[in-house]
Design a protein around this ligand. Structure first.
Ligand SMILES: Nc1ncnc2c1ncn2[C@@H]1O[C@H](COP(=O)(O)OP(=O)(O)O)[C@@H](O)[C@H]1O
Ligand SMILES: C=C(OP(=O)(O)O)C(=O)O
Ligand SMILES: [K+]
Ligand SMILES: [Mg+2]
Length: 573
């Protein structure tokens, strides 16, 4: 290690007694060296510092991305983050991750690349819509983008679940239901075109289950009907809240002010169609599978063993969607059994009173953080931007609140899938995230959260203590970055859980782990081949990152590794 580096190495892994060594008192450390603002330092670097010949991409809103073919370099790094680091330094990298639903508005190569350049960390495909062929094209497009342009966008497949949906609207993109109109919801098979004001319903038992007087909510209440008459397989309904009906919109019904639930209990969480979609997702190598309408931990455990038996060489993370009344009863257990959760506010708002959704969101975000599971806040974040180029003030406030809660990720649905302004919507998520994150730093805002122990083994406890201490030291010493060398990604996620002030550079040997780390707060995942020799690893990393202009001599770094369970504090030589 270079002369000016200060270094503390604790080989904690091997003996129990080492674990009780206390970390060095802060006064034994040299203060961090004075540094030039990164922006000006970066500006002085010549473009020949960049390695190998980069192709500069420019998106509409002026964000520069540097795309470097992954194969040509010995360290794989997210092209957008690399550009951000070079332009503005460590402090400005975005901590909150962004998920975009891909749909007709964004499935083209150009649009998808624009989303990647705009900061999309995860591309989501919703199996409620489209064919396998369509989804296959999208997933391969993402892979191609990663390979050719140096992105690390992960793919999330979201199952349909077995709730009741409307069918397609006989070829129409939407239909307007007006106040007082009588519509027929039917399980009959019609020849197209459908009769006027008629909607096909996916669930055969619909006409039997529903009663006259029930309230029928389309898409969580975007349109409402009252059931006025049942005629065999046809259910006649009067529109009470007008609005736009979209193909395959979700249906729930309410009786005497409560959600009608019996039917939900009978339907399996993962339908036979979902199992076919899951097989498809496994075959296409998706990184995440999100399960809709999770009711209990069993279904998650079952799916996880199903996946484990089929993909021995790589993992697929299972995300539990919290969107049903039932999931709230078993929240902790569900989150504990899953690899992450989504606050799916669309359907959630149809199953519990709307005014309860914000507190449930806050609760899920908190439990996920405590149990060390990534959490996504989803649905209607920027709903008005499906049609308009600027968000409402209320939407900006909602996005800010999710960022302020330190959720791992924010998600776009219709805004990116079929809206008119997908890239602008992403820009709003990005700039609102950055603004709140900067505000924390300006205000020196620390929010202490009790982080209960999550490890079950002694070695796991050591890792956890090391991460908690390293994050504390990083804040106290105002270090530039935390470096973590981790094969499984676990130690990176433990660091992320602490939500430290500085970014976390997570080095992992696997491309699949790297993509999955891309969902977690504050992590900048790199793929790097490394050995058991930490000194060698660090020197190689420093030299590679320096060559690429991402760090410079004098930067203060805390490095951890899950091979040695070590902490080192040093200046980049
Ligand atoms: N693969 C797709 N093909 C066509 N339309 C899609 C697709 N994915 C999403 N959409 C459109 O975007 C809207 C919002 O997406 P999302 O919120 O994921 O679905 P949903 O509204 O079914 O919950 C959908 O209602 C649908 O109109
Ligand atoms: C994200 C959600 O699920 P989907 O879009 O699949 O209905 C939701 O209901 O908020
Ligand atoms: K879905
Ligand atoms: Mg849903």
């Amino acid at each position: 290690m270079a002369v000016q580096s200060l270094q503390f190495l604790f080989p904690l892994a091997h003996t129990r007694s080492f674990a009780s060594i206390s970390l060095p008192a802060h006064h034994t450390l040299r203060p961090p060296p004075l540094r030039h603002p990164r922006a000006s330092a970066a500006a002085h670097r010549s473009s020949s510092d960049l390695n190998p010949s980069p192709e500069i991409l420019k998106s509409d809103d002026g964000i520069a991305g540097v795309a470097i073919a992954a194969a040509a370099s010995s360290i794989d790094v997210d092209a957008v983050t690399e550009a951000e680091l070079k332009e503005n330094g460590f402090r400005s990298t975005r901590r909150t991750k962004l998920v975009c639903t891909i749909g007709p508005a964004t499935c083209g190569a150009e649009q998808m690349e624009a989303l990647a350049v705009g900061g999309m960390n995860v591309a989501r495909v919703n199996m409620c819509h489209g064919t396998h062929e369509w989804h296959r094209q999208v997933i391969r497009q993402v892979r191609r983008l990663n390979e050719e342009k140096g992105f690390a966008v992960a793919v999330m497949m979201d199952t349909e679940g077995s709730e009741i949906h409307m069918a397609d609207l006989g070829g129409f993109a939407s239909a307007k239901a007006e106040d007082g109109e009588i519509w027929t919801f039917s399980v009959r098979a019609f020849k197209s075109p459908l009769p006027e004001r008629t909607i096909n319903v996916s669930y055969d038992g619909f006409a039997e289950d529903v009663r006259v007087g029930d309230e029928l909510l389309v898409d969580g209440g975007m349109v409402r009907f009252e059931v006025i008459q049942k005629v065999g397989p046809d259910v006649k309904c009067r529109c009470t809240d007008p609005g736009l009906l979209l193909p395959r919109a979700n249906l729930t019904f309410w009786r005497d002010g409560s959600l009608v639930q019996e039917r939900n209990a009978m339907l399996p969480t993962i339908s036979s169609k979902d199992w076919l979609d899951i097989d498809f997702g496994i075959a296409e190598g998706v990184d995440f599978i999100a399960i809709s309408f999770v009711k209990s931990a069993e279904v998650i455990n079952h799916l996880k063993s199903y996946i484990a038996a089929r993909c021995r060489d790589r993992e697929i993370s299972v995300i539990a969607k919290i969107e049903s009344f039932d999931s709230l009863k078993n929240l902790e257990e569900i989150i504990r059994s899953s690899d992450g959760a989504m606050v799916a506010r669309g359907d959630l708002g149809a199953q519990i009173p709307l005014e309860q959704v914000p507190s449930v969101q806050q609760k899920v975000v908190k439990i996920c953080r405590q149990l060390n599971r990534p959490v996504i806040v989803a649905s209607q974040l920027l709903e008005s931007m499906i049609e308009y180029p600027t968000p409402t003030r209320a939407e900006v406030a909602d996005v800010s609140e999710a960022v302020r809660q330190r959720a791992d990720a924010l998600m776009l649905s219709g805004e990116s899938a079929m809206g008119q302004f997908p890239e602008k919507s992403l820009t709003v998520l990005r700039s609102v995230s950055l603004r709140i994150e900067r505000w924390w730093r300006e205000e020196k805002h620390y929010e202490a959260m009790d982080l209960p122990e999550v490890a079950s083994s002694f070695s796991g406890k050591i890792s956890e203590e090391i991460c908690n201490s390293a994050a504390k030291m990083a804040n106290y010493l105002e270090v530039d970055a935390l470096f973590v060398y981790t094969k499984s990604g676990h130690m990176a996620s433990l660091l992320s859980r602490c939500r430290p002030d500085c970014p976390i550079f997570a080095f992992t040997t696997s491309t699949s782990v790297r993509r999955r780390l891309n969902l977690q707060w504050g992590l900048i995942p790199f793929r790097l081949t490394f050995s058991d020799d930490m000194e060698n690893n660090l020197n190689r990393t420093f030299s590679l990152l320096k060559q690429r202009g991402m760090i410079q001599s004098g930067d203060l770094v805390i490095a951890l590794s899950d091979m040695f369970q070590s902490i080192q504090v040093m200046n980049v030589p």
